[in-house]
Design a protein. Structure first.
Length: 95
């Protein structure tokens, strides 16, 4: 088995374990969100950041996740605002 295929399978197993107790509808919503909202990456002052950026509008909305969160934790909020605002949701770097 190729390394890439093995990585994909391991990611799928981790995803399934993580979301096994979450209602199927919510998991399906997250999967659909991930399909159209690709993670972007940048480096600021030597620190690598990942973030989601979507939406339209002349005003921007910055959604900060709680604790050591990931930007996609707020995927339902992003979806609710992206028709009217430019939405940016960073993930906190783990360095």
């Amino acid at each position: 088995m190729s390394t890439e295929k093995s990585k994909v399978m391991n990611n799928r197993l981790a995803f399934d374990r993580t979301y096994r107790d979450v209602p199927r509808q919510a998991v399906d919503e997250l999967v659909r969100f991930r399909e159209i909202h690709l993670i972007k990456r940048t480096v600021a002052q030597g620190v690598a950041w990942e973030y989601l950026a979507s939406g339209r509008g002349s005003e921007a909305l910055l959604i900060l996740p709680g604790l050591l969160g990931f930007g996609e934790m707020s995927f339902q909020h992003i979806g609710a605002f992206e028709n009217d605002y430019r939405v940016i949701a960073p993930s906190y770097p783990f360095e």
